[in-house]
Design a protein around this ligand. Structure first.
Ligand SMILES: [Zn+2]
Length: 247
């Protein structure tokens, strides 16, 4: 009985409380920006040798800068792709060393073996140390909010639903435009080998993305990196001032 109570307490403190704090109240994390008609496209789970180059080609053609939340392990295996992402002006953020949920690990382990380790790898390859972090599936434990306080934790406001079977039901354009508003941070994936994803899903996403980019352009949106959307690049950003600045 005591074990069951302890387990329930653990689930409540470690999983449910941080879920409510971050995903429902939005505290300690960033889910959107507030700047005019700017939006930010973000791509998780790469770099992927098959899909990422095609995505980079499209972004180059459309002259759009985006943000890639990469896995440290894949960055290590594909340094040339990392250099290309960086060289072409995109932002690189961290998405753990491997795609493991933070609920199964201690905050210390996550900070040292996933976030710092990935930051070291990315810095070694690109010369620039990432400061933005997005946990796999957006899952945080309570200790992460303290252990990772030096990093800006960025989630999303628009879910592209591009990774699995659901992505076949409704065109990507509709899925994104239905939810889009100024300051949106859009979540998509440039790798299909994560648990629960379909291997060819990124191919479908990239094939549909051009139309999405053309449409948001016509609607007057400017696509920027997440750090630009959140003002970090011009040195004005911090967690609290952002809320007071509109337009
Ligand atoms: Zn992911």
């Amino acid at each position: 009985m005591a074990i069951v109570s302890l387990l329930l307490l653990f689930v409540f403190v470690y999983m449910i409380i941080p879920y409510v704090i971050t995903r429902i109240w939005g505290l300690g994390v960033t889910m959107r920006g507030r700047r005019g008609r700017q939006i930010a496209f973000t791509f998780d789970d790469g770099p992927d040798p098959l899909h990422t180059p095609k995505l980079l080609d499209l972004l180059k053609k459309k002259r759009i800068k985006a943000t890639f939340f990469v896995l440290g392990g894949k960055a290590e295996r594909h340094p040339e792709l990392m250099r290309r992402i960086h060289r072409e002006g995109h932002q690189i953020g961290i998405h753990n060393y491997s795609h493991l949920p933070n609920w199964l690990m201690s905050p210390r382990h996550i900070r040292n073996k996933h976030v710092r380790r990935s930051a070291d790898i990315i810095e070694r390859i690109t010369g620039e140390r990432p400061t933005f972090y997005r946990p796999p599936w957006g899952i945080l434990n309570l200790g992460d909010l303290f252990a990772l306080r030096k990093y800006r934790i960025v989630l999303w406001s628009v879910m592209g639903w591009d990774w699995g079977k659901k992505s076949r039901n409704k065109p990507l354009k509709e899925r994104i435009l239905d939810q889009l508003e100024p300051g949106s941070i859009i979540l998509l994936h440039d790798s299909g080998d994560t648990w629960g994803a379909e291997p060819d899903a990124p191919g479908r996403m990239i094939a549909s993305l051009e139309e999405v980019l053309d449409t948001v352009h016509i609607q007057g949106y400017k696509c920027v990196r997440a750090d630009e959307l959140l003002h970090k690049r011009d040195g004005l950003s911090n967690e609290f001032s952002e809320g007071f600045r509109v337009g």
